[in-house]
Each structure stands twice: as structure tokens, then as C-alpha cells.
Design a protein around this ligand. Structure first.
Ligand code: IPT
Length: 957
């Protein structure tokens, strides 16, 4: 005999998508049908297991007065100050045993209860549906005590018919949400596991004669300049588009002259679908997406994606985003010259797609599917290759396509991410191709491209990308005929990504390469009282992937990181190059569709970084792909023989929906002549004076040769050779990377603990020379280093000569000197700015006169690491000193040492000391993106080679 002791929760571990929900349909907002948002405060009870509590809470009259409350949309683990459990971050490891479709008995289960009043004027005709836009990961729903069904598919909409159940006055909606379910096996995306009702819950009136599902087909014939509109609708009606004089029956095609929709020119026509009982607003964009001549073409033209992968993220609300946050993402993308988004790795809140339509971004809409954790077992038992799961996969595909099919911005449907290969994926692709032949299908995981219309890869190195561009990569015949994109590249974790410009050069050179999507948009840092932003491990997870979750182009609060500023420059829609000495500018329109009529051009001329003259520049209205040469005026004469340079900018000529008139879209800089280098005759001789040596304005320790002061400025720590930088995430590299990871080698070699052996201090006729050898314990390699100090009485020149000794097999992190100042706050410099730059991340660094505070120089990477270097610096002034470089140099200044920066795990670990540490670098090693991609290209290596460089110090006080 057997008997049950717990309520049945079999549906949780059932591979099926669920039961009771309505078939998926287009997501739209009616003009006239009523709706009631059920967002807000809900009663909430957390249980440790799926079956801990019976269903009685769903019954009418249940008293939940002593329950806690949570906000819907929201994730319970981000509410309740830890009382409701914590987030878990894993990249691809399942945080539970891989035992599909079973999940742990410990299965946090949140009962949600909401009592709502049906408005007294709620229409009595027709029906009503209850819509859930997103619940992670499995929900069971009751209305007024009657069970509606249960569902999985966290980032997909589910609707239930509730017309019969609604009552006048008070209604009780009960939702039981399980954190883990069979669906969790399909949702192994690299992100926080965050259970809850995290998108809207809405009650929608469905009037009799109301619209059902409909499919707007709006194509564009670029040869005729005409669009064809046909709205297929479950419920017959009429479609009107006043601006086009269209008034046709549903299902009836109509062809008229239109302006097409593109991401660059997102022309939308307002229309209405009118059925007997309802009016539904339409926003129609005419465009045609095809695969032709091995290229992705829209409206007859090959497009180049300058894209980013966007996860939904908010540091306090997780994946529960409000409209303003979504808009902020889109505006930031547009303002930084991006033209494409991959909705990694699930369909976003539908409002985000409305914004993409409106502002103009190409979209790869990706299905809510990833089974990455099966890679740990060589993909055995992968649900996408197991027919029992295929209904769930098809359900997910249909829920994506049906919900989102009316968005002109979507050009690709993506089957999912990192799910290996299998029959289930093929079934999805076949269904999608059949349902929507007017769009293309993407999936990265199958390099043979069995199911896809594009050859897509992630993190392919530059050399391989070039081969693919040349068509020399081989592969199946089908693949050889397909265009190529990188659905992920340039891993934006911490400082970086490096090498963006080198990729862009390839994408622009080879037709087959149709662009790429940076990984990723935003750092998923969780706002945390003590840590600032938390990442993996900060909640005590037993398995986690640390700060791999912080790899975005914007910080958790959406402040652009230097990576985004760099990307903006690298993908700018207009290239501005110049021949400075001859005063000629070459302007190229890099866009695919728009001419240059939206832009105004300005020139300015700087002398020693200060603008002395400026004016507007007449540039022809170039068509896409066209170039022109434009002559600049005569450069101003500078009597003092300063460094002269041109800056040419392209600005928005008028306000747009995404930025104001004057917003800088692109720029170029070019020198009129060479920079005059600082030089002076060494007239002074070092004068010993007790334990000190005086040389010009400077005092030295006679025994050690240490610089003590310059003029009135005390030097807390003498300039001495420094090769260490706090390794970046990209220096460290991901453990699975097969090529050399220098961050690790540097530490093994001991570059973070170099010893300085004093060999001699020699006061000569015109110089004080200090000879040392700098080397790590336990190694025979070293750097023979000579510091040579000279002066003309006013100024002090330090020349550093470095000669590597022994067999150096690794590049150096940095090469320069570090010293300490007792006091410094304001910093002014002439050189690259305003932000940081490294050898392969420096395109956006603009030469000019910049100012900051020491604190303002720091880049707030969520996990502290090397940051903040300003490149191409001619001179810098701080703490009463002026330092000129021969040649230009990098400088960094911070209130903590590199060692402290290296040891810190969070920004809150960094405390200002009483010394400002300044690094003046002759070289920096490149950054690369080895945290999940290639390291720096060889040309950005800082090789251990003989080097000599000088700095000229004087006082400003
Ligand atoms: C790739 C994933 O698709 C993405 O979700 C993210 O994890 C990214 O890497 C790294 O941040 S998978 C890659 C490890 C091959």
C-alpha cells in the first residue's frame, strides 16, 4: 500500500511546457479594450520545498494577513533584505545536480497572493485574459480558487482565459512560483538565478469582436521604392494607415510608395487594425530582409552590424526593468553609435522591442534557451537532442515568434544560446522558417549551420576572422555560402576590451563579415550595502563564477565604461581622417542607408592642446559608402612654435529623438607638425651637502640617490622603476584559454614583488647617476636600470635607461617609474583624454587639455584592477609639479598603491592613504579580451627590450 503525504508537484519536473495557457499571440496594447495592471505589492510566503504547503492559500477567503509582502514585478531574492534567500551566480554550471528533468527537493517556492477589485465599470461583454510577461521558472496559477494551469518558459508571455471566473468586486489571484523546475535545464544562461514574477501581470479585457492574433507583413521593394502591407488577422477587420491613404481589409495586400524602415532611418507609419469590437494601434516599418549573394541584405543592401548583447539588468531590481531603464539602454546605444542588439539570451520585455522599432536598432531576438551545463558531460542527455523535450522547445520558439513578430526591428530569430546541437533545435528552426519566412534564423552552436541562415561564432580570434572573411575557412558547403557574424566578441569584462579597432578593420574590409556583437551591454553587479556591487560568491554560493558576471560596456548603474566610449569611436558612422600638414580632411560615410544630411561638420585648430580657432566645414552630403576630400583653412601661425593639430567633428545638425543638436557623432585629429620635445642644456652640477646632494631645484639623499624634493615640493617616494600593474580580468584570462595567459605568468615570475638593488650613486660633472638592478626573488632575470638626473637650475630631467638581463620570455605589464607625492588633488594634462587608454583601447583618447581630480581619474571597475592610465601625455601638472615627457608617456595617479589595488576584491576595499602614487609609463602592455577571447595582438605587446625615456620636472608653485 502506498499513500501520498505531500501535494502533487509532478508538473514541476515535467518536461512539458505546461498546461492551461492560451496559444501564444502577438503582444499589443489595445486602443480601447480595458486592462488592469496587477503590478504592485503582493502577499508572499516562502517555502523551502515545492510541496511544503497545500493549495488552500489559493482559495477565496484565505487569510494571508500575516504573510510578508513583495513587489511584483520583482525577484524575491532581491527583496526582504536576505530573508527570502539570495541570488546565485553561475556562468554555465547548473547549481543543482544534472539529473534531468529532476530538480532538488530543496526548491524555494514563493506563494504570491493578490486580491484585486474589478473596476465597477469593467465591461461585461466578451472575455478576459490574465497575462504573465515573465515568471522564473515555473508557475501555477489560480483565480478565485480555480486552477488555471501551470507554465514554464521564464522570459515568455503566458495568458489564461479568465472571463468566466472574474467576479464583480474582489477577486483573488494566487500564483505559486518554484525556483527550480524542468524548465531550469533550458535556462542555463550566464546570469544570476533569480526566481520571481519579474515582469508585469495584467488583466486584459477581450471585447467580443476584438482582435485576436495578427501578423503585420510590411515589405519594401527597393527597386520600386514601394512597400507592400498585408495584415493577416485571426479576426477579420480593416487596416488603415492615414499617412499612406491605406484602408484595406485584413488579409488583403496593398502596395504604395513608402519610406523604408532601417536602423539608421527608423521610419514608422502609424496605422490601426479595426475589428468589430476593437481598435489596435500598429506601428508599421517597411523593410525586407533576405539572404542574397551570400549576404544579409535589408532593402537590397548588405548591412554591417555594430552590435551588443543585452541582458536585462538593473542593480537593484535584477531583470525587472521599468520602461525608463529600457529607454536609457536604447538611448545610450544610439548615442554611442551602436546599430544592433542581440537579446541575449531570451526575448526581452516587449517594450524594449518597441523602443528598438522607434529609435532604430537591428535586433536578433533570441529564444529563452540555453543548456550550457551539459557541456560538463560532453553534452550527454542534452534536452535539445531528446525528443521528449521537443514540445517544450517548440513552445518556446512559438512564444517568441508569435509575441514579437510585428516588430520591424527584428531581422533574425535566434534559437537560443550554447545549447549544443540536436534534433530539437532543427525542429525549432523548421517551425520558425515555416511560420516566418520573411526573417532569418540564427544559432551559434552549430558550426555546420544545418539550421541557420548565417555562420555565427563567438570570440573567434582576429586571424581566424580574417580567414573567414577571405572564405578560406572551409566548413560545409552550406556554411561556405553563408555570411559571417560574431554573435559575441570583444569580452567587455573589466578593463577592455582591447582589439576592437582591429576587428572593425576586418569587418569593413571583407564583405562576408557582417559585423559583430560585443559581449555584453551591462555589468550585472547587485547593489550591496557593504560591497558597493556584489558579484558571484558574495552571497556565499557553493558554486559560482565570481565577477565573470561583470563584463559589460556600462557599469551596473549604466555609467558608460571606457569600453563603450572606445566602441563608439571605433564604429562611428563617419570616418574622418586627415593629412594635417597639407590641411586636407578625408570624410567617408560608413553608413549603410543614410546620407550625411543629418550631420554638420566643424573644424578647430589647437596649439598645445588649446583651441585657438574654429569654424564650420562644408562637407558634401555623401551617400552611403562615398568619400570626399575637403580642404581646411590655413592653420594659425604660432609664434612660440607650439604643437599644432586639427580636430574635425561631425555633429548632429538638429535634434533627433535620441540626442540633441550638437551631439558629437564622430571625430578625427591630425597633427600639423611634429611635437617639439622638451630639452635644455645640463648646466648645473650635483653639489654634495652633508647627507644630501643638491642638483638645480632638487635635493637627493646622498647615500641612496633618492629624490627628496623639487623646489618646495616634497617627494614622498623617489621615482623608481615599476613594471607591475594590478592584473586586469583580461590579463588574467579565462582558465580555459589555450594561449598564454600573461597575467598568470607575470605573477609566477614575481613581477609584483620586484627588488631594487642599489649598485652606485655617482655625482658627476653635469649629472647625478644612480645605477640599480631590479629583479624578482628566485629568478635570474632582471632589469639593469640607470637613472640619470640633470638640471639647468630651474628644471630637472630624469632619463631612465633599462636593459633587460637574462632570458625574458614574457612581455612586461608596464614600464615606467612610480613615485609618491604627499599632496595632490587637481590634475591637469595635455595629452589623451578625457578617459583612460591602453595600447589597444585608445582610439577614443582625444589629444587636448584635460583636468580632473585624482579621484576622478579612477575608472570604477566592479572588481578593482589596473585602470585610469591617460595616454600620449605631453605634460601633466599635479601636486605642485609639472612633468613633461620625452617622448609622450602614460600617467596614472591614485590614492592607493598598485599592490592595494591588486589585493582589492571590491571598490569598497580601497581606502585612500596619505600618499598619491603616480606612475609615469613609457609603455603599457595591451589589454586584449582574453577573459573570453584573444589576448592582445602581438603589435600591442610590451616586449622586455632595452629602453630609454625621460621626464622633465619643474614646479608650478
Ligand atoms: C559565452 C556565452 O554565450 C555568454 O552567455 C557568456 O557566458 C560569455 O560567453 C562570457 O561572458 S560562452 C563562451 C564561454 C564560449
Amino acid at each position: 500500500m502506498s499513500f501520498r503525504t505531500t501535494p502533487s508537484v509532478d508538473y514541476v519536473e515535467d518536461v512539458s511546457p505546461g498546461s492551461g495557457a492560451l496559444p501564444p499571440r502577438a503582444w499589443y496594447a489595445s486602443s480601447d479594450a480595458r486592462s488592469l495592471s496587477l503590478n504592485g505589492s503582493w502577499r508572499f510566503r516562502l517555502s523551502a520545498t515545492a510541496g511544503a504547503e497545500d493549495d488552500s492559500f489559493a482559495e477565496e477567503g484565505y487569510d494571508a494577513g500575516n504573510w510578508a509582502e513583495v513587489t511584483v514585478p520583482g525577484h524575491w531574492v532581491l527583496q526582504g533584505d536576505g530573508a527570502f534567500g539570495s541570488p546565485i551566480y553561475t556562468n554555465h554550471l547548473y547549481p543543482f545536480p544534472v539529473d534531468p528533468p529532476y530538480v532538488p527537493t530543496e526548491n524555494p517556492t514563493g506563494d504570491h497572493l493578490r486580491v484585486f477589485d474589478l473596476p465597477s465599470d469593467w465591461p461585461s461583454d466578451g472575455g478576459a485574459v490574465l497575462r504573465f510577461d515573465g515568471v522564473e521558472s515555473c508557475a501555477r496559477v489560480w483565480l478565485n480558487g480555480t486552477e488555471l494551469g501551470e507554465f514554464k518558459g521564464s522570459r515568455l508571455a503566458h495568458e489564461f482565459a479568465v472571463g468566466e471566473l472574474l467576479k464583480p468586486g474582489s477577486n483573488v489571484l494566487a500564483v505559486r512560483v518554484h525556483q527550480w523546475s524542468a524548465g531550469s535545464y533550458l535556462e542555463d544562461q550566464d546570469q544570476w538565478w533569480l526566481p520571481g514574477i519579474f515582469r508585469d501581470v495584467t488583466l486584459l479585457h477581450r471585447p467580443s469582436g476584438g482582435a485576436g492574433d495578427f501578423f503585420v507583413h510590411a515589405s519594401y521593394d527597393h527597386t520600386a521604392g514601394e512597400g507592400t502591407l498585408c495584415v493577416d488577422s485571426d479576426v477579420d477587420g480593416r487596416v488603415t494607415v492615414p499617412a499612406l491613404d491605406i484602408d484595406v481589409a485584413t488579409g488583403e495586400p496593398v502596395t504604395v510608395a513608402v519610406r523604408p524602415w532601417t536602423a539608421e532611418t527608423p521610419k514608422l507609419y502609424d496605422g490601426v487594425l479595426v475589428t468589430d469590437g476593437e481598435r489596435v494601434p500598429l506601428r508599421i516599418g517597411f523593410r525586407t530582409v533576405v539572404l542574397e549573394d551570400g549576404l544579409i541584405k535589408v532593402n537590397g543592401k548588405a548591412v554591417l552590424f555594430k552590435g551588443v548583447n543585452r541582458h536585462e539588468w538593473h542593480p537593484e531590481h535584477g531583470r525587472a526593468l521599468d520602461l525608463e531603464t529600457m529607454r536609457e539602454d536604447v538611448l545610450l546605444m544610439k548615442r554611442h553609435n551602436l546599430n544592433a542588439v542581440r537579446t541575449s539570451h531570451y526575448p526581452p520585455h516587449p517594450a524594449f522591442l518597441d523602443l528598438c522599432d522607434e529609435y532604430g536598432l537591428w535586433v536578433i531576438d533570441e529564444c529563452d534557451l540555453e543548456t550550457h551545463g551539459f557541456t560538463e558531460q560532453d553534452w550527454r542527455d542534452n534536452p535539445v537532442d531528446d525528443d521528449r523535450w521537443t514540445p517544450a522547445l517548440l513552445d518556446r520558439a512559438a512564444r517568441m515568434v508569435e509575441r514579437d513578430k510585428n516588430h520591424p526591428s527584428i531581422v533574425f530569430w535566434s534559437l537560443g544560446n550554447e545549447a549544443g546541437t540536436g534534433r530539437g533545435l532543427t525542429a525549432m528552426a523548421e517551425w520558425i522558417h515555416g511560420r516566418d519566412p520573411e526573417r532569418l534564423v540564427h544559432y551559434e552552436g552549430d558550426w555546420n549551420c544545418r539550421d541557420t541562415d548565417v555562420y555565427s561564432r563567438m570570440y573567434a580570434f582576429h586571424d581566424e576572422v580574417e580567414k573567414i572573411g577571405q572564405g578560406l575557412d572551409g566548413g560545409t558547403r552550406k556554411r561556405r555560402e553563408l555570411p559571417f557574424i560574431q554573435c559575441e566578441y570583444a569580452h567587455a569584462m573589466g578593463n577592455g576590451p582591447g582589439g576592437l579597432a582591429d576587428y572593425q578593420e576586418l569587418f569593413e574590409k571583407y564583405e562576408r563579415l557582417q559585423g559583430a556583437f560585443v559581449w555584453e551591454w551591462i555589468d550585472h553587479g547587485v547593489r550591496h550595502a557593504e560591497l558597493g556591487y556584489a558579484y558571484g560568491g558574495d552571497f556565499g554560493e557553493e558554486l559560482h563564477d565570481g565577477n565573470f558576471v561583470c563584463d559589460g560596456l556600462v557599469f551596473p548603474d549604466r555609467t558608460p565604461s571606457p569600453g563603450l566610449i572606445e566602441f563608439k569611436k571605433v564604429v562611428e558612422p563617419v570616418r574622418i581622417e586627415g593629412d594635417g600638414p597639407n590641411g586636407i580632411v578625408h570624410v567617408t560615410n560608413k553608413q549603410d542607408f543614410a546620407d550625411l544630411s543629418a550631420l554638420a561638420f566643424e573644424w578647430s585648430c589647437q596649439v598645445d592642446g588649446e583651441t585657438v580657432e574654429s569654424g564650420s566645414l562644408a562637407v558634401p552630403v555623401l551617400a552611403p559608402g562615398e568619400s570626399a576630400e575637403v580642404k581646411l583653412p590655413e592653420p594659425p601661425v604660432d609664434g612660440r612654435g607650439g604643437e599644432r593639430q586639427w580636430t574635425v567633428r561631425a555633429l548632429l545638425a538638429d535634434d533627433t529623438s535620441w540626442a540633441a543638436k550638437g551631439h558629437v557623432v564622430a571625430w578625427g585629429q591630425f597633427a600639423v607638425g611634429a611635437r617639439p620635445l622638451p630639452s635644455f642644456p645640463a648646466t648645473d652640477r650635483p653639489v654634495p651637502d652633508g647627507g644630501r646632494i643638491t642638483l638645480g631645484p632638487a635635493g637627493f639623499d646622498a647615500r641612496t640617490g633618492a629624490l627628496l624634493s623639487i623646489g618646495g615640493v616634497e617627494v614622498g617616494a623617489t621615482p623608481r622603476l615599476d613594471v607591475w600593474r594590478a592584473p586586469t580580468d583580461n590579463d588574467d584570462g579565462a582558465e580555459w584559454q589555450t594561449d598564454t595567459r600573461y597575467g598568470t605568468l607575470w605573477r609566477t615570475l614575481g613581477l609584483h614583488r620586484m627588488r631594487h638593488r642599489l649598485i652606485s650613486v655617482e655625482a658627476g660633472d653635469d649629472a647625478l647617476t644612480v645605477h640599480t638592478r631590479v629583479a624578482p626573488a628566485a629568478r635570474e632575470v632582471g632589469l639593469d636600470t640607470v637613472y640619470r638626473w640633470t638640471s639647468d637650475g630651474e628644471r630637472l630631467r630624469l632619463t631612465v635607461s633599462v636593459t633587460p638581463q637574462g632570458d625574458w620570455t614574457v612581455p612586461l605589464p608596464r614600464l615606467g617609474v612610480r613615485f609618491g607625492l604627499a599632496e595632490a588633488d587637481r590634475v591637469e594634462w595635455f595629452g589623451g583624454g578625457p578617459g583612460e587608454a591602453y595600447p589597444d583601447t585608445g582610439k577614443a583618447s582625444m589629444v587636448g587639455r584635460w583636468q580632473s581630480t585624482v579621484d576622478g581619474l579612477q575608472t570604477p571597475y566592479v572588481r578593482p584592477q589596473e585602470n585610469g592610465a591617460r595616454a600620449d601625455v605631453r605634460w601633466v601638472e599635479l601636486g605642485g609639479l609639472r612633468i613633461e615627457g620625452d617622448p609622450e608617456f602614460w600617467f596614472t595617479a591614485r590614492r592607493w598603491t598598485t599592490e592595494q589595488l591588486d589585493a582589492a576584491r571590491h571598490r569598497t576595499d580601497l581606502a585612500a592613504g596619505d600618499t598619491v602614487w603616480v606612475n609615469l609609463d613609457h609603455g603599457q602592455h595591451g589589454i586584449g579580451s582574453q577573459s573570453c577571447g584573444p589576448g592582445p595582438l602581438p603589435q600591442y605587446f610590451l616586449k622586455a627590450e632595452p629602453a630609454e625615456f625621460s621626464f622633465v620636472f619643474s614646479t608650478t608653485r
